[in-house]
Design a protein around this ligand. Structure first.
Ligand code: COA
Length: 323
């Protein structure tokens, strides 16, 4: 087998990460003038202090393209070599062309494969696994894996049980075929009995959830699947640099880290200043921490997400090697 073929068989690695957040900050105190709530309740129940909300011009494709440009710049990769774009989103404004197709044109990428996937909050881990598997199969070499979410557009701003949670953002990784694989096998699946627990459905098409059922599942079941993700990936917990899990609620993230025996490691808590950005939350936390120098290079991190579907997915991804 040639070196090239070996690389195909082995997998892919992350070269760089980027993100985009709207400039407009919405604080808990500002929410107090919109619905019957208060800063203390929101911080105690969720850990969130503030979140970013998109303007009319900040659409799902616009934010996706901005995050992709940032990822390409940080990876030192030109858009001309991108042959696969996968976008995870549950909030795209348009059915066709899909967001990935729009991003390809905006970036002037020659003729990449363009795929949008919707697995709500766990969409990004699914997207990363799908892109990695395409590279392993030899059907792509260099991919942009993006999540872009405008939850503010599918939120009932008079419903205090949901509007305090949501936010808008996009984030992206550039991944490339590698003989030193940096993305592990994925552990993924669904919990059919919770299929309606998180929904954006007619007639309102606004985000609604059975918060208590989701919370209960997250506290009692998530750690089992997350631990299985680590084992299936071929790692032990003590080999990991930390946990970057879906940023839904600090009251879920911290117990998850404790249950996994990872509380003393690096644990992403970006929800505090970014809110819940659905599929974008994991790559957003990763990109911000990596760009700030808070993630050691070439170090394995557990990425674990759950949400609408009711779907979950976990894998271990190594941070980019120093260039
Ligand atoms: C959403 C969540 C923070 C709500 O917390 P909770 O402790 O379950 O709160 P409840 O919905 O039981 O509400 C408790 C009380 O606070 C009130 N309340 C709800 N929202 C409020 C708000 N924004 N401000 C003030 N009070 C509020 C409720 O009306 C209720 O009042 P009552 O006791 O008089 O009836 C929590 O259930 C959660 O995090 N769930 C998981 C969500 C999640 O991870 N989703 C993933 C989707 S991807």
């Amino acid at each position: 087998m040639t070196d090239d073929m070996t690389a195909v068989r082995r997998g892919s690695e992350i070269l760089g990460a980027g993100y985009y957040q709207p400039a407009t900050v919405l604080t808990n105190h500002e929410l107090e003038s919109m619905v019957e709530t208060n800063d203390e309740w929101i911080r105690q129940r969720t850990g969130i202090r503030e979140r970013r909300i998109a303007s009319d011009e900040e659409t799902v494709p616009m934010m996706a393209t901005a995050a992709a440009r940032d990822a390409l710049a940080n990876a030192g990769i030109d858009a001309s070599v991108i042959d696969l774009i996968v976008v995870a989103t549950v909030t795209s404004e348009q059915r066709s062309p899909n967001t990935a197709g729009r991003v390809a044109v905006d970036l002037d990428a020659p003729s990449p494969v363009v795929i949008d996937i919707n697995v709500a909050c766990s969409g990004y881990v699914h997207a990363l696994a799908i892109a990695d598997q395409a590279i392993k199969a030899g059907t792509a070499t260099t991919a942009l894996v993006i999540a872009s979410e405008k939850l503010s557009a599918v939120t009932d701003w008079t419903d205090r049980s949901t509007c305090i949670l949501v936010a808008d953002a996009a984030a992206a990784f550039v991944i490339r075929r590698s003989s030193r694989p940096g993305i592990s096998t994925v552990t993924w699946g669904t919990e059919p009995e919770l299929v309606d627990a998180v929904a954006i459905e007619p007639p309102t098409n606004k985000f609604a959830q059975d918060g208590k059922s989701v919370f209960k599942w997250a506290i009692s079941e998530a750690a089992g699947y997350a631990a299985k993700s680590v084992t299936n990936a071929g790692y032990r917990i003590d080999e990991l640099g930390g946990l970057i899990s879906h940023q839904a609620n600090l009251r879920i993230i911290e117990p998850l880290a404790r249950q996994l025996g990872m509380a003393d490691k690096i644990v992403a808590t970006d929800v505090v200043t970014s809110g819940n950005t659905s599929a974008a939350s994991i790559p957003l936390a990763f990109a911000k921490m990596w760009q700030a120098g808070e993630l050691p290079p070439d170090t394995p991190f557990l990425l674990f997400a759950f949400g609408g579907g009711f779907a979950y997915a976990g894998l271990v991804a190594r941070t980019p090697r120093p260039r």
